[in-house]
Design a protein around this ligand. Structure first.
Ligand code: SAM
Ligand code: SF4
Length: 468
């Protein structure tokens, strides 16, 4: 009997899933909860009431994996308390730290009974059975169940469909993974090793999942992938289609009002996708397009295979197609060999591009990547100082972008109660948080809102016209 054919058991156990890192992990955590539902597990937000705790980990920077080991120390104490009270707690580690460190996790933290990578979570019920079967063994005979294979089968095919009641709880916006893994091998990055080769989901699977989400009340979908615009899934006729064409197919789903995607690579931004931004009003004018550095020398050492000028030219093409496109990016400071001039080149490309927001990181050496064996590592204090200068520039650009919205009327998807009584909150097309006075009846639709003020992280608005 396969995992998905497991007889449904009454909900009696609770699982607490702690998610680290990117949105793809958020999506994966929801799928793990779906995979466990037939075994009678319901998700809980209270770690104290959990029978099973899963840490869905991130390995992108060093601090991310160290956090996991500190958390395992705390969980060991919690397990001790539960056992003293006659209960128990099972602990599993999933995600990219699990993929990268495998057995090492079980060796360093014997409290862990399951270690499994991002490609194995559809086998979670089976792993759980194998871990539970060892329950009454002498501790010296117990072995953690480890599954870090990259399977041939399609994990998405083997998962139960996302439950509608779970989806409703997720609200009006949802993530949908369309592509995983990466073949680009940037010299600083662990993703090709932890997530494996680039794989795209078939079109029919994505359209089916999107329809289910919309039926359950979702108005806005964000398509996810490590390199989402490298998407090349097969359609029913066996034809490979790209993200631009996929966006057109998704746009035909009645009730889907907004579409976003992340994270994109500059080299995969093709004409069809740019045309989709020109022609599809539901494709939001906000694009996360990391460049990492503005120095051609460093871009070459990073193996990015594009120059600063290529990036700027691409931005011009995108803005010609969609003049109000707001941009976001990722930057790494202190890559090995980065000089003050290289860093200045990064500040220059930020000034030339003009970002609505950006994420920036100090370079973190990842064992096994080509960057780890490069000489000329940049001193920590220099990285810190450069990061501060870069973040100051980006923060000023974010404030300027917010200020440029004041006086405009924007469509805002109202998603929730606001921070203050009588307020509601939502998102602008440019992913900015917007707060306004208004009744909770506004929640669930896109309304016209005049922007009347800004604060550091959000906009203040006034309702102009409620949706019909
Ligand atoms: N595929 C996307 C791209 O190529 O732009 C990025 C995905 S990666 C998971 C997210 C971000 O983490 C990267 O854009 C990069 O800025 C950052 N990152 C990756 N490895 C890093 C490292 N070793 N040190 C610091 N930041 C890193
Ligand atoms: Fe990592 Fe992105 Fe480079 Fe792939 S393209 S190796 S995910 S930074």
């Amino acid at each position: 009997m396969s995992d998905t054919e497991t007889p449904i058991q009454p909900a009696s156990r609770r699982v607490f899933i702690k998610t680290y890192g990117c949105q793809m992990n958020v999506y994966d955590s929801d799928r793990m909860a779906d995979a466990l539902a037939p075994r009678g597990y319901v998700p809980t937000q209270e770690i104290g009431e959990a029978d099973l705790v899963l840490l869905n980990t991130c390995h992108i920077r060093e601090k991310a994996s160290e956090k996991v080991f500190s958390e395992l120390g705390r969980l060991k104490d919690l397990q001790g308390e539960k056992r003293a009270a006659g209960g128990d707690l099972m602990i599993g580690v999933a995600g990219c730290v699990a993929q990268a460190e495998g057995e090492e996790i079980a060796r360093r933290a014997p409290v862990v009974v399951m270690v499994f990578g991002p490609q194995a979570y559809h086998r979670l019920p089976d792993m759980l059975d194998r871990a539970q079967a060892q329950r009454h063994l002498h501790p010296s005979l117990k072995r953690a169940v480890i599954d870090t294979d990259f399977p041939q089968e399609d994990k998405f095919e083997h998962l139960p469909p996302a439950k509608k009641e779970v989806t409703i709880k997720r609200g009006l916006t949802a993530f949908l993974t369309v592509q995983e893994g990466c073949d680009k091998f940037c010299s600083f990055c662990v993703v090709p090793y932890t997530r494996g080769a680039e794989v795209s989901r078939p079109v029919a699977q994505i359209l089916g999942e999107a329809r289910n989400l919309v039926e359950a009340g979702v108005k806005e979908i964000t398509l996810l992938g490590q390199n989402v615009n490298a998407y090349h899934g097969l359609d029913a006729a066996g034809r490979s289609i790209g993200l631009g064409e996929l966006a057109f197919l998704l746009a035909d789903i009645p009730g889907l009002e907004r579409l976003r995607y992340t994270t994109s690579h500059p080299r995969d931004m093709d004409d069809a996708l740019i045309a989709a931004h020109r022609d599809l009003p539901l494709l939001m004018p906000y694009l996360h397009l990391p460049v990492q550095s503005g120095s051609d020398r460093i871009l070459k050492a990073m193996n990015r295979k594009h120059t600063a000028a290529d990036y700027l030219h691409l931005i011009d093409r995108i803005k010609t197609a969609r003049p109000d496109m707001a941009l976001s990016g990722d930057f790494i400071v202190g890559f090995p060999g980065e000089t003050e001039q290289d860093f200045e080149d990064t500040l220059t490309i930020i000034r030339q591009t003009g970002y609505a927001s950006a994420f920036s990181f100090k370079y973190s050496t990842r064992p096994g990547t080509p960057g780890a064996s490069l000489g000329d590592q940049v001193q920590e204090e220099i990285k810190t100082e450069r990061l501060h200068r870069l973040q100051e520039l980006v923060n000023n650009q974010t404030s300027a972008f917010h200020a440029s919205c004041v006086g405009k009327t924007l469509p805002v998807l109202i998603e929730r109660h606001g921070r203050m009584p009588g307020q509601v909150g939502g998102r602008s097309p440019y992913l900015q948080a917007v707060h306004l006075e208004g009744s909770t009846d506004l929640i669930g639709a896109i309304h016209q809102v005049e922007i009347i003020g800004t604060s550091t992280n959000s906009l203040e608005g006034r309702l102009v016209a409620a949706a019909a």
